[in-house]
Design a protein around this ligand. Structure first.
Ligand code: ADP
Ligand code: ADP
Ligand code: ZN
Length: 214
């Protein structure tokens, strides 16, 4: 099963993608996590990506597409995968479709986690991300049982620089301009499924599993 998660920054894509990956035993591939790992390790890619991410802008397609297409060739992807944060532009979606077509494959589902802009800023300012394993929490909706530390790996939780309100507004604008057109793109392919992302996270998950089937 091959799934794309769509939705504004902070809509809950990562939260749901992790739950789906665990239920259906497929890898969760997050481009944001890949870029942050590269930043942490001080790679060339990380240095380039950081300058865009800090400004709330998208990393250019040239730095993003090959990275993902290569990742999908890994053995663990042979039974499917869930893409979280990719594609984010029409050219990325087209490149992904072209790579799949070469293998005689296609995407199965594009799940749009729908949350209005009004809810996003509070979601983001309350988000806490683990510096060790990338797990995410929310100070109100999903607090860590270990306070400032990660339940999974024990590392420190932080407010991401790009989750501060000034940058969030910019990321929302970028989302509407460059990513939202993908809703149309996948609707035309007949694989778009929208879920109400303002519900409790477990209810969002139930809505998604109803779409994907047991
Ligand atoms: P969120 O889930 O909050 O939207 P992500 O962790 O997915 O954030 O992404 C963080 C940042 O990484 C984005 O704001 C963008 O700069 C960059 N990024 C992630 N995925 C992509 C992509 N597919 N194309 C371009 N930039 C990306
Ligand atoms: P995305 O990957 O789309 O940027 P996340 O999954 O990281 O979004 O979620 C953004 C923030 O909102 C996190 O702090 C997360 O714990 C919280 N969150 C996710 N889903 C919900 C929900 N249904 N209700 C309330 N808060 C949520
Ligand atoms: Zn952790």
């Amino acid at each position: 099963m091959k799934i794309v998660m769509l939705g504004a920054p902070g809509a809950g894509k990562g939260t749901q993608a992790k739950m789906i990956a665990s239920k259906y035993q497929i890898p969760h591939i997050s481009t944001g996590d890949i870029f942050r790992a590269n930043i942490k390790n001080g790679t060339e890619l990380g240095k380039k990506a950081k300058s865009y991410m800090d400004q709330g802008l998208l990393v250019p397609d040239e730095l993003t597409v090959d990275l993902v297409i290569d990742r999908l060739a890994n053995d663990d992807c042979k039974n499917g995968y869930i893409l979280d944060g990719f594609p984010r532009t029409i050219p990325q979606a087209e490149a992904l479709d072209a790579a799949l077509a070469k293998l005689g494959e296609k995407m199965d589902y594009a799940i749009d986690v729908d949350v209005p802009d009004e809810n996003i800023v509070s979601r983001m300012s309350g988000r806490r991300a683990c510096t060790g394993c990338g797990a995410t929490y929310h100070i109100v909706y999903n607090p860590s049982k270990k306070g400032d530390c990660c339940e999974v790996c024990g590392e420190k939780l932080i407010l991401r620089d790009d989750d501060k309100p000034e940058t969030v507004q910019k990321r929302l604008n970028v989302y509407h301009e460059q990513t939202q057109p993908l809703i149309d793109y996948y609707t035309k392919q007949g694989i778009l499924k929208a879920v109400d992302g303002t519900q409790d996270m477990n209810d969002v998950f139930t809505a998604i599993t109803n779409i994907l089937g047991a």
